[in-house]
Write a protein that binds this ligand. Structure first.
Ligand SMILES: [Zn+2]
Length: 292
């Protein structure tokens, strides 16, 4: 089966700001690192996710579009590489928004002493921040959905489910039909699933497709995909294959660790973070076992 499957092409190596549509831009992290949204409004700009390690490059790029400080900061989920610079913006007057679960997850990691440390060993480097960086959870939180009207724009922040993390939320701009998916979607970049649940993730992708007639989707990681929702199909095919192959492996090997070693994803070797395959197979095996 796998030997006949099409090898997926390598993603573009873009880094820096890319225009999504009028007044809406995305800073592409490059190499499968995190992407950040920038939406210009009649008032101050709105930013979607942030990372202290990318602050200088992000701000330098943002200054080409506006001299104003951010007015709002929207968090798609709690992970360090999406929220670690909230404090920089809120100290300069921004109001931050996120699902209540994201705030709780930031607090949990802070209390466990792992807030910064868990990022060590991955790029960009984080070691110099260990012991020096506080959390700055979203100031305004919500349970399921919040509608924000600001500077002539309408943002809907909608909690989806526990997929990549407990608090996976999207930012939907209904007028412009732009969806910021957070890490529910990555483009040609292997997902990370340390804290999530693959059993919820696959149906959540169907929900995204049904619920949001998106013209443009901005993923959490990877380059900006072509217009439309094909990125959702690609992510779903990837997860469905991972699930089928892991389930087959679990019929041969009982323990998730042994089963995961049998799982291969040869069509996706050119995607960013291909080294995640063993971890994703192991997590899939554990989630499949739990379901039974
Ligand atoms: Zn991420």
């Amino acid at each position: 089966m796998a030997s006949h499957a099409k090898i997926m092409p390598a993603p573009a190596k873009t880094r820096g700001f890319v225009k999504v549509t009028d007044g809406i831009h995305v800073f592409i992290g490059g190499g499968g690192t995190t992407d950040f949204g920038l939406v210009l409004t009649d008032d101050k700009p709105v930013i979607i996710d942030n990372d202290i390690r990318v602050r200088e490059d992000f701000l330098k790029g943002m200054r080409r579009f506006t001299r104003k400080d951010a007015g709002l900061v929207l968090n798609t989920h709690h992970n360090f590489d999406h929220t670690s610079d909230n404090g920089y913006y809120t100290k300069r007057g921004a109001v931050s928004f996120g699902v209540e679960l994201a705030k709780q997850e930031m607090r949990r990691e802070w209390d466990a002493g792992i807030w910064v440390k868990q990022m060590a060993g991955r790029g960009p480097r984080v070691d110099h921040l260990i012991g020096k960086l506080d959390i700055s959870p979203p100031m305004v939180t919500f349970e399921d959905q919040i509608d924000i009207h600001y500077g002539g724009r309408h943002f809907q922040m909608i909690y989806i489910d526990h997929c990549h993390t407990k608090g996976d939320t999207v930012v939907w701009m209904p007028k412009e039909k732009v969806l910021f998916s957070g890490d529910l979607l990555t483009y040609r970049t292997h997902p990370v699933n340390r804290l999530g649940n693959f059993m919820n993730w696959i149906p959540a992708l169907d929900l995204l497709k049904r619920k949001f007639p998106a013209k443009h989707i901005v993923p959490g990681h990877g380059p900006l995909p072509p217009r439309g929702t094909k990125i959702i199909d690609e992510n779903k095919t990837f997860l469905a294959r991972l699930k089928t192959r892991t389930a087959a492996a679990l019929r041969k090997e009982r323990s998730p660790a042994s089963a995961a070693k049998l799982v291969q994803m040869p069509e996706y070797t050119r995607w960013f973070r291909a080294q995640n395959v063993p971890n994703n197979a192991l997590k899939m095996a554990k989630d499949l076992k739990k379901k039974r």
